[in-house]
Ligand binder design. Structure first.
Ligand SMILES: Nc1nc2c(ncn2[C@@H]2O[C@H](COP(=O)(O)OP(=O)(O)OP(=O)(O)O)[C@@H](O)[C@H]2O)c(=O)[nH]1
Ligand SMILES: [Mg+2]
Length: 319
């Protein structure tokens, strides 16, 4: 089922990394893989990619979900502050109930009840826990911190310090699916001895979670694009892990060119544009103002419902 889901997500930008030569996207920034989305999609789930979208949408590289033909996309179908088109799989996105279930120090200790889940990942202090609190509308379900404390070097080596998200935290939503808060990556002042290999922890989580619907890769929109975020996106892409870029702190309006969220987001798009055959979904959010909250939940509902539906079809032997 997992493999089938991942092949169906060839509509999505992250699937099937190409073995082709990576192309440089920026001399300061890492090489990136151009993700190949050419794998055939079963009939009935196919989008018509040969037809151009309406002229007003041409400028925006849209994420067109399963069940929508590109030529049918209208402006009203695009979620505000995003490139995400809403399709027929979008459903009831309301969070009626949320509870913290458990913290796991190892991937193999995570819940094994087969419920679908979304993982929240990003640099330390990017706002992962704050976003979870905003999504579920509870102030402290996920603990937030003032200072970044997790360290990761180039290929993801991290250390934990007190007061940060240090474990894999599962939150059960509507008793049917999970949001997962993961430790942050990034640079911090931590001793060498306190380091541990992110590969054996968070990477282990990604590679073993069959119920993972998608990763929300959080990117701080209040600072210019960071190499480590692009490295992380590339790592997820190379491992066929579906991702949505969630820009955080979009309420922060700093002065000066290049530091405004809109400028930073645009720069980020320019850097990743050449890495994907199909545009990855992205959305602007603020945990302070609530910007993007409902839109992100709607996007998650369509990914989740498609994932569930795919599971049913699989059981029926339809595909
Ligand atoms: N202005 C603004 N501040 C935010 C936003 N989201 C988070 N913050 C602030 O950023 C800081 C870090 O937030 P956290 O949610 O703890 O970040 P985290 O990514 O969970 O951090 P780690 O668990 O250490 O990896 C806190 O001071 C938050 O109040 C946002 O949307 N806007
Ligand atoms: Mg946190």
């Amino acid at each position: 089922m997992l493999l089938l889901w991942r092949s169906l997500t060839s509509l999505l930008p992250w699937s099937r990394p190409s073995p082709a030569t990576p192309s440089a996207i920026h001399h300061h920034l890492p090489l990136c893989i151009r993700f190949d989305t050419s794998k055939p999609i079963p009939a009935g789930r196919r989008t018509a990619s040969s037809v151009a979208p309406p002229p007003e949408l041409v400028k925006k590289a849209l994420f067109v979900p399963p069940g929508v033909a590109k030529e049918d996309v209208t402006v009203g179908m695009v979620l505000p502050g995003s490139n995400i088109v809403v399709g027929p799989y979008a459903g009831d996105a309301r969070i009626k109930q949320a509870e913290f279930v458990k913290s796991s120090s190892r991937a193999k200790d995570c819940p094994k009840d087969g419920k679908p889940e979304f993982a929240i990942i990003g640099r330390s202090n990017v706002g992962k826990s704050s976003l979870i609190n905003a999504l579920v509308r509870q102030k402290d379900i996920a603990l937030t911190s003032k200072k970044p404390g997790i360290l990761i070097c180039c290929d993801f080596v991290c250390s934990w310090t007190a007061g940060k998200t240090q474990l894999i935290n599962h939150f059960l939503i509507n008793r049917s699916w999970y949001i997962v808060d993961l430790p942050g990556y990034g640079f911090a002042h931590a001793s060498e001895s306190a380091r541990m290999d992110w590969s054996s922890f968070t990477k282990g989580y990604f590679q073993n979670r069959e119920m993972l619907v998608a990763v929300l890769l959080l990117v701080d929109a209040s600072v210019p694009p960071q190499k480590i975020d692009l490295d992380c996106a590339n790592w997820l892409g190379r491992n066929n892990i579906g991702m949505t870029f969630v820009f955080t702190k979009c309420d922060k309006a700093k002065g000066g060119k290049g530091s405004r969220p809109s400028d930073n987001i645009q720069q980020f798009h320019e850097l990743i544009r050449t890495c994907y055959r199909e545009p990855p979904p992205w959305i602007m959010t603020s945990s302070v103002t609530g910007m993007g909250r409902d839109e992100l939940l709607l996007h998650m509902s369509q990914l989740r419902n498609y994932w569930d539906n795919d599971d049913d079809d699989d059981d029926d032997g339809v595909l």
